[in-house]
Design a binder for this molecule. Structure first.
Ligand SMILES: Nc1nc2c(ncn2[C@@H]2O[C@H](COP(=O)(O)OP(=O)(O)OP(=O)(O)O)[C@@H](O)[C@H]2O)c(=O)[nH]1
Length: 306
């Protein structure tokens, strides 16, 4: 099965995510690619789903945020899309209230992480709202900053409403916060779409693939174990070789002397293990920031060699 490209469209309420999605779908239609959309809205009624044509497979996540309350549903829906539609690309439009790390977490299940290729996080920013961000409450401000900080591509919309000085101030402050992302000033999300196609979320590609040595920004790595490993050595790896900027690990690991794998979960410093009752492919997903995935990969391979 081919790997489906996955694009995450993030950004504050009303900043132009749906406008961007419509442009991307038009382009996909012209190119004849098979695409699917996952759309998340906080309310119980879908407002934007009418914007997606009937030729596009659509899954909706209503009544909650993709990242907090609905990650189980996200996993089921994504797996369904991959199995039934086998799309070339999946666009995930998040609510304006979604945190990028949690969205990645919800999308990356160890059961099928090797079947998707995360292309990147594209964040739209409403120029005027960015300038007025100090008027927002602290939580909303924090969310807006996180959406900017973790983006791979930043689209500043509604730029015709801004003065030249305001435009310069916005670009300088966005680039100070996130120097790795390209930042484009535009209206109605009119960006060169080939630039989005060329994105690649800093990721490791598993045992046989190339792994970025020093990946800037938020990145992911999927490791596949080919043998069982020593429990003691894995504990040592967790204690000695896990940088603080690993936010999340989840996946299946089989320890020597046991019949079935265990589901390992690690979230902001807290590990946990859950015994499984059957054999499951031994994929483990890592999410971290500014990581040298090569180092992690080689430490994990050492465990298998023992
Ligand atoms: N003036 C102006 N309006 C814009 C621009 N981009 C988008 N809009 C309008 O702003 C409104 C919100 O745009 P959407 O694309 O729906 O934004 P969104 O981020 O999907 O919004 P939510 O679904 O509420 O999170 C729509 O009425 C758009 O037509 C722009 O560059 N300039």
């Amino acid at each position: 099965m081919k790997q489906a490209e996955v694009y995450i469209l993030s950004g504050f309420l009303g900043s132009g995510k749906t406008t961007l999605l419509k442009r991307l779908l038009e382009e996909e239609r012209t190119n004849g690619r098979k695409v699917a959309v996952m759309m998340n809205e906080l309310g119980n009624v879908s407002i934007d789903s009418g914007e997606v044509g009937e030729d596009v497979a659509l899954k909706e996540l209503l009544g909650g945020c993709i990242c907090c309350t609905m990650s189980g549903q996200v996993e089921a829906q994504l797996q369904g899309l991959l199995m039934l539609e086998n799309p070339d690309a999946i666009y995930v439009e998040t609510t304006g209230a979604a945190h990028p790390v949690e969205v990645l977490d919800a999308l990356l299940s160890p059961l099928f992480a090797d079947k998707i290729q995360l292309k990147g996080i594209v964040s739209t920013v409403d120029g005027q709202r960015w300038l007025d961000r100090n008027l927002m409450g602290p939580q909303l401000q924090q969310l807006l900053l996180e959406q900017v900080r973790h983006a791979d591509y930043l689209i500043v919309n509604k730029s015709s409403d801004l003065t030249e000085k305001e435009k310069a101030d916005i670009v300088i402050s966005l680039q100070a916060m996130n120097p790795k992302a390209k930042c484009v000033l535009t209206d109605y999300s009119k960006v060169p779409l080939n630039e989005l196609r060329n994105l690649s979320l800093s990721s490791g590609k598993g045992k046989s693939g190339n792994v970025n040595t020093k990946a800037l920004g938020l990145g992911t790595y999927v490791h596949t174990f080919h043998t069982s490993v020593s429990r003691e050595k894995f504990d040592q790896f967790l204690r000695n070789h896990l940088p603080d900027a690993i936010y999340r690990i989840k996946g299946y690991i089989k320890f020597q002397g046991t019949a079935y794998p265990e589901l390992f979960q690690y979230s902001y410093g807290m590990p946990s293990f859950l015994k499984e009752e059957m054999n499951i492919p031994l994929n483990m997903v890592f999410i971290g920031e500014n990581m040298n995935w090569n180092e992690i990969k080689s430490e994990l391979e050492k465990l298998e060699g023992d």
